[in-house]
Design a protein around this ligand. Structure first.
Ligand code: CA
Length: 245
């Protein structure tokens, strides 16, 4: 990838200046939009790799922007907002955002989230260039055709639902998936049955992690977002470990 292109949408001057300075220090190319109309125009004309999006904008709610952009683009969208309720995070993620950062945020945290999003862009482009029947992330390998998974060369003995969960997280590596989304993908049905399936999801997630993670208190693969959902952590390609199997 050439210099990453970032579009950030922020109406607050001080926060906007902080983000601009931060992006400059990293040598990212960026565009700055101060309202929703501009954000959508810039997303179309500037074709950014990643979008940083404030939700409270003068002309439009950020959630509407996410929905509009998702109708034609799959680029990672990181919400940067003062709204800190789980409900707000879930609404933004269900609308199609990839990640969520609450204000006030640390510059290091912002850059870390950006790197994750940019890795997803690279991962996606690589995925479409190799017809990918095989997933590799750190020591985790999934052979989709064979329906098998390994960690550090050791086969994981997963139940069908655990395997489906693992594949769903793997196919969305780097992205936070909400409970509702996971439940509708695994069990089907409407958002109404999501609440009733939540205890089952927790149980299957716990058993999957017991098999996948070597240290339950420091998960290397599946990250919990309390009250929101789960994310498959993207490992660097250089830290990849080849399975012996
Ligand atoms: Ca704002």
């Amino acid at each position: 990838m050439n210099k990453p292109q970032i579009l950030f949408v922020e109406d607050d001057t001080a926060v906007g200046n902080l983000i601009a300075t931060t992006l400059e220090t990293q040598d990212y190319q960026f565009h700055r939009a101060k309202n929703g109309q501009q954000a959508i125009l810039d997303a179309l004309s500037f074709r950014p790799d990643v979008m940083l999006l404030d939700l409270g904008l003068p002309d439009m709610d950020g959630i509407e922007i996410i929905k509009k952009i998702r109708s034609w683009s799959n680029m990672p969208i990181i919400v940067v907002s003062a709204r800190a309720d789980d409900w707000d995070k879930v609404t933004a993620l269900d609308a199609g955002a990839d990640d969520y950062l609450t204000k006030p945020f640390s510059v290091d945290e912002l850059l870390a989230r950006l790197r994750v999003a940019l890795r997803r862009v690279r991962y996606d482009s690589q995925k479409t260039s190799e017809a990918s029947a095989r997933y590799q992330n750190g020591g985790l390998v999934i052979d989709y055709a064979a329906g098998c998974a390994w960690r550090d060369g050791e086969e994981l003995h997963l139940t069908p639902i655990e395997y489906k969960l693992l594949c769903l997280l793997a196919k969305n590596t780097g992205k936070v998936l909400t409970h509702n989304y996971i439940i509708s993908e695994i069990w089907g049905g409407s958002a109404d049955n999501a609440a009733s399936e939540l205890p089952s999801l927790r149980v299957f997630m716990a058993t999957l992690r017991k098999k996948l993670e070597t240290d339950q208190s420091h998960p290397q693969y599946i990250q919990t977002h309390i009250g929101v959902g789960y994310r498959m952590i993207q490992h660097n390609r250089d830290s990849a470990v080849s399975p012996e199997a």
